[in-house]
Unconditional design. Sequence first.
Length: 474
Amino acid sequence: MVEFESSWIRHLGFDDNAKQSRHNGPSSGLVHEKKVINEMRNAGQAFLVMLMSSFGYSAEELRMLAPYIRQFDLNRLAEENGHYNTEDIFRILPPPRQGPFAEDPRWRTSKKTSYYTPPSSPDYMEGFYCFGPSKPPMQMTPNEQALWTSHLHTPVIFNHHTPIEINSSTIQHVDLNPITSTPKGAANEERVLILTPLRDAAPYLEQHFDLLSQLTYPHHLIDLAFLVGDSTDDTMALLAQELKRVQTQTAEDIPFRSVMIVEKDFGVTLAQSVEDRHGFAAQGPRRKAMGRARNYLLSAALKPEHSWVYWRDVDIKDSPRKIIEDFIAHDRDILVPNIWFHRYENNVDIEGRFDYNSWQESEQGLKLAAGLDKDVVLAEGYKEYQTGRTYMARMGDWRENKDVEIPLDGIGGVNILVKADVHRSGINFPCYAFENQAETEGFAKMAKRAGYGVYGLPNYVVWHIDTEEKPGNA
Ligand SMILES: Nc1nc2c(ncn2[C@@H]2O[C@H](COP(=O)(O)OP(=O)(O)O)[C@@H](O)[C@H]2O)c(=O)[nH]1
Ligand SMILES: [Mg+2]
């Protein structure tokens, strides 16, 4: 392999066609290349004859001066039919020993210093060529021999290593290849993004931040992001206050790596009262609006460095501190806990089961959906539509083995851990009817359709507030 680095070698006629012709047999590219080489050779010979006849160099001198003569652009001489520039000759060559020009003052190179001294190493060494394979024939396999003898040209590479360098600060390089989501998240320093949509959430923020502060997953690996929208209460101010409280703590393990607040109103007019929110007619529009809010939040906050996305609603009463580690260890694409609530009646703690959005699909549910208009969004827990689905809320007990998994087809949004690549692949919360489901249930359906695994932990309980505690439900 002969490799040229020198800038005085201009690549002659080896255009793309010509390169192609080496592989594909003769073509006009190759013919063109040969023609140019012939012209160059002719021009070169005419040039040498001129140097002898006009300038008085002897043949012996010209042989010695070969390294200098190579600096002439023979390509140009070929194009210009052998016309040369006398100035170039005075500039590049040392003077001839004899003849009319021998003492001409225009020579740039001093006869004494450089005349016929071989130019220093690399240039001069180029005069010695070694053709042949890199191994002795006895060590070559028949295939290697055939390969070597079959090529007609020594392969030539021009500046093959020239790198492409980009200095512009407007161009950013993102490599998603090293971003993984593994069961050893904390040990691998995998970054977690906690996402919370907020609307009229003032009463719950303090508790929310108390619980977040207690999370044992390293806080320097956690980014928080909130979407505040359509609120009529003081959600924004309280959020700012709570964030200040947490982020300015001096204890190293409390503040989080970063916080983002996204504001976006969708013009949702539904009141946040339990009746308004949980009536059947409200479910379709409400779930679509929630889906949209989640997608806006996700698209604004998900950064290339995130490995996991942890969706966490604001109205959580209690949850295990190790929940992120516990969930990551399951190594599932999408994982949800069971959602219950406490209700105290006559000093008795009645454990209520909250979330009927986490379910396993049934024949009845599929049949029902098949008979519905594609745009209808199904909602659970309403006598209008009997789906016959199996609800995770009805299973499980927090006293049992927390690691028991069940596959799910629909999920609720109170707590979801998602491998970030699932979202990156385009699986999000449909704000329209996807297989007759929207938002988190549509998310689960879409993920399953795309081949991702959706699971629930019936015995791993996160405690939602009792809906009767909601303001506006007096
Ligand atoms: N930005 C925004 N957040 C909302 C909206 N509706 C609910 N949220 C938030 O989304 C989460 C879940 O809502 P929630 O009313 O608790 O739903 P539920 O638990 O299914 O009754 C909470 O953190 C709410 O503050 C909305 O329209 N816009
Ligand atoms: Mg809630």
